[in-house]
Design a binder for this molecule. Structure first.
Ligand code: ADP
Ligand code: MG
Length: 291
């Protein structure tokens, strides 16, 4: 199972270059697409989902060029958009039965079994009789996963599903995705570094329409190991430090001090101490392109 994207570009009619020569290969497992707002994540995902077209380049899924054969891709695709419309006042179970019928599962017994299975997979069995319209944000996102699982997709695309979820809902949602990720290609976009850290076996960081890095989270952290430095300074000294160092991130301490974090091959000055590199550092280093 493999998705291969080559030289994909897209410029919107207003002149925004949302995809700038994207090249990437994605295999089975959980793939995290990490990037700030406006990076081009949704554009890339909608293009893979055949909902819009690139200007040039190719996307091949399991040997099939999806731009030439959209239907084959759509039959094996499950897509959860970044935002979707209002749900009718129907129970999750009834709504899934209805979607299953629309997806062509005509045998009622078969439909029931599939609906039961996807409710179970998304931890919604207990809430299956409740109106989806009244679901919490996290339950709605899990319902979104339940409905895309109905046709047993091999390629699953979920666009910023954790945005706006509270910590408990987010954790429940990530658990559901984790289960599904083991035997599918799941492409999951987020601007939250923690999501990728907790979930993904492979990842890319995207900005300005381009893929900046493509590595496993472990490899990415390995590469900046020993090159992250932190210095505790008085808050009032921030501006002078900004002039002398390229500060990647900073954290306030509970006294009047703060820690500034810098990427450097060598110790920036004698008051900097080495900091254990983590994925958040990778993200900032990559976005600032200082390595
Ligand atoms: P992300 O999902 O990473 O936030 P998007 O793919 O939504 O990024 O957007 C990438 C860039 O393209 C942004 O600058 C955005 O404003 C622009 N953009 C997105 N959709 C459209 C559109 N339909 N028309 C014009 N510009 C768009
Ligand atoms: Mg988006």
């Amino acid at each position: 199972m493999e998705l291969i994207i080559e030289n994909l570009t897209k410029t919107y009619s207003n002149g925004v270059k949302a995809l700038n020569n994207v090249n990437i290969k994605i295999g089975a497992g959980m793939f995290g697409l990490l990037g700030p707002n406006g990076a081009g994540k949704s554009t890339l995902m909608r293009t893979i989902a055949t909902l819009q077209e690139g200007d040039s380049g190719s996307i091949v899924f399991d040997g099939v060029n999806i731009m030439e054969d959209k239907m084959t891709l759509r039959n094996s695709l499950g897509y959860l958009p970044q935002s979707f419309g209002v749900y009718p006042k129907m129970s999750a179970e009834d709504l899934l039965m209805h979607f299953a019928e629309l997806k062509g599962i005509s045998n009622k017994q078969e439909r029931k079994e599939i609906v039961e299975a996807v409710l179970e997979q998304t931890n919604l069995t207990e809430a299956r009789k409740k109106n989806v319209a009244g679901y919490s944000g996290g339950m709605k996102q899990r319902f979104g996963i339940a409905q895309l699982l109905l046709n047993n997709p091999r390629l699953i695309i979920v666009d910023e599903p954790t945005a706006g979820l509270d910590p408990a809902e987010r954790s429940r949602f990530l658990n559901v995705l984790r289960e599904i990720g083991t035997n599918h290609i799941v492409i999951f976009s987020t601007h939250i570094v923690e999501d990728v850290k907790e979930l993904c076996t492979d990842m890319a960081i995207m900005n300005g329409g381009a893929i900046l890095t493509h590595q496993t989270p472990r490899e990415a952290v390995e590469q900046i190991k020993g090159k992250m430095w932190t210095k505790r300074i008085d808050r009032s000294a921030l501006n002078e430090h900004k002039d002398s160092f390229e500060i990647l991130s900073s954290k306030f301490n509970d006294d009047n001090s703060m820690n500034i974090n810098v990427y450097s091959e060598t110790q920036p000055d004698e008051l900097f101490i080495q900091k254990e590199a983590d994925l958040e550092d990778v993200y900032f280093v990559t976005l600032k392109n200082v390595n």
